[in-house]
Every structure is written in structure tokens, then in C-alpha cells.
Ligand binder design. Sequence first.
Ligand code: ASN
Length: 337
Amino acid sequence: KEVETKQKLANVVVLATGGTIAGAGASAANSATYQAAKVGIEQLIAGIPELSQVANVRGEQVMQIASESITNENLLQLGRRVAELADSKDVDGIVITHGTDTLEETAYFLNLVEKTDKPIVVVGSMRPGTAMSADGMLNLYNAVAVAGSKESRGKGVLVTMNDEILSGRDVSKMINIKTEAFKSPWGPLGMVVEGKSYWFRLPAKRNTLDSEFDIKTIKSLPDVEIAYGYGNVSDTAYKALAQSGAKAIIHAGTGNGSVSSRVVPALQDLRKSGVQIIRSSHVNAGGFVLRNAEQPDDKYDWVVANDLNPQKARILAMVALTKTQDSKELQRMFWEY
Ligand SMILES: NC(=O)C[C@H](N)C(=O)O
């Protein structure tokens, strides 16, 4: 009977990349002072025997880094491994353990480039496993349960943090000291409780199977950089980024992506020289940038990121620029993804 149940369980592969979920501190009181990316995936899986009740789980250590140090090469490496596993008949779902600092970027990247309807769930933790009330164990258990569930198929890349199921497209780390750190401005898609998923809404934006991007055809990612808007800002950073080879600059603007009059002339010049200018917003609870509001985007040939925060706008711009250099095409992609 036991063998029978085991056969019915989904096969879930956990790809480990490091982060706090693999972190370790000197004492149980160290919830914020610790080293990320210390514990291997075998040890993480062995620490949660209950995983075997929700899926047949095996782990793979893809890298072991704190996520603030993730490079474009790391993203491509991870994306390619996810695609290989998704193509494999004996894999039903994939979980990626990840540091939380750039988790939202990796989740969005995978959401754009993985051509599969198999569940892909990205998960992290705010406290290391050595801390009191560590959150990684339950977050990972939830991730495996969601990745092993047929109901999770075709919903784009997902994130499970703090009992919520969130869309990898628009989830963002909103605070760095609470376990309730990850939010989407548009709310979670569902909840996961005791290994069972409860769904309430679906992503409306193009993703995975419905996406025009494919990890298998992306050889490298172009250089896209972010410059921050604030009072008394100068154009130095924008110019320097372009000079060092940025193909697009994300303006992490104030308010609705507004641009200081001290910076506008430089951005007009950069656009004329071929650099794409993409207006986003760094407001905390989620920006919303509209074309030709605040700035005449049609006249300047700039692009707006709408609700994508600057770091997510960077991901879409990189992926989009592997297909087109046309600003109108770029803008279409920013509306559709
Ligand atoms: N909570 C975390 O995972 C933070 C860590 N710096 C990381 O992103 O790897």
C-alpha cells in the first residue's frame, strides 16, 4: 500500500541556488546576522521528512550564492537547467530555493522564458534555518506541495512565501526584516495550508507556454542598467551607464516615473544615440507609469514599464532586447508581459 501511494506522488526536483534559506547563524538568536548560502540541498531536504508525504523529492545544487550576487550568466545557467528538467518525462514540478534579495527577478525571468506548463515554484526564507522561528522549512514544504500539485500547472512561475502563493511576475520583496516580506501590488493568487493549495485568481499577463521568449534560443543577455531618480539628481549616472555599454536604461523614477528637468536633456540625447529609455517608478507599494503622463514618451521615443518595478523592468528589457531593438515592439512587450 505504501509503495502504491509513493508511486502516485509527483516527482519534484529542488534546484538549490543558496540564499538565506541555506543560511546559518552563530546562535538561534541570530535571525538577521548570519551567513547566507552555507547549507547544501541534501541537508535542507533531510531536515524536512514531511516532504516525502507530498512528493518524491530530489535535490540538485546548481550554485551556492547569496542572491544579491546573481549574475546574468547565473540566470541563464539556472534557466537552462529548469528547461532540461521540464522536458524530462519523469519530472512533474520544479522548485528553486533562492535568496530573497533578487528572488523576484529570477522568478520573473523564468516566467518569461520557460516553455512549460509544469509548475515552477521559487522559494526563499527571511531567517536562516538556525534561527528561532525560522521560516524556510515551511516555505520549502509549501513550495514542494505546490510544485507537486496538478492544479498548479499553467499558472506561470509561482512563489510561495509566508503561506501565500504569489505570481512570480509581480511579487516583490517589500520589507527586509519581517517574514511577511513578499507582496504583489495585485494580491496573492492563493494560499497553501498544510500542503494543500487554495486558489483564488490567475495571472492575466503572458507567461511560460504563452510567451514569445524561449530560454533555448537565448545565448546571452544584453546590458541593461538602472538609474535612480530623486531630488537634485544629476545626469552623471545615466551618461556613465550608457558609456559603459548599456543598451537600455531603466529610470527608477519618482512617483509615476517622473523625470527631473535636470535629467531630461541627457535622456533625450541618449535615446537619439540608440539607448532605450524605460520609465519605471521606485515608489514602495508599487508604481504605475502611463505613457505620455508626466513626460511626452511619444515625442521622445521612450518606453514606460507600467506596473513593473525597476528591477523587473530590467529583466523584461534584457529578454525583450534579445528579440527586438524597436522601441514600439519593446513597448508592446511591456504591456503584454
Ligand atoms: N533573505 C535572504 O535570502 C537574503 C540574502 N541576502 C539573499 O538574498 O541571498
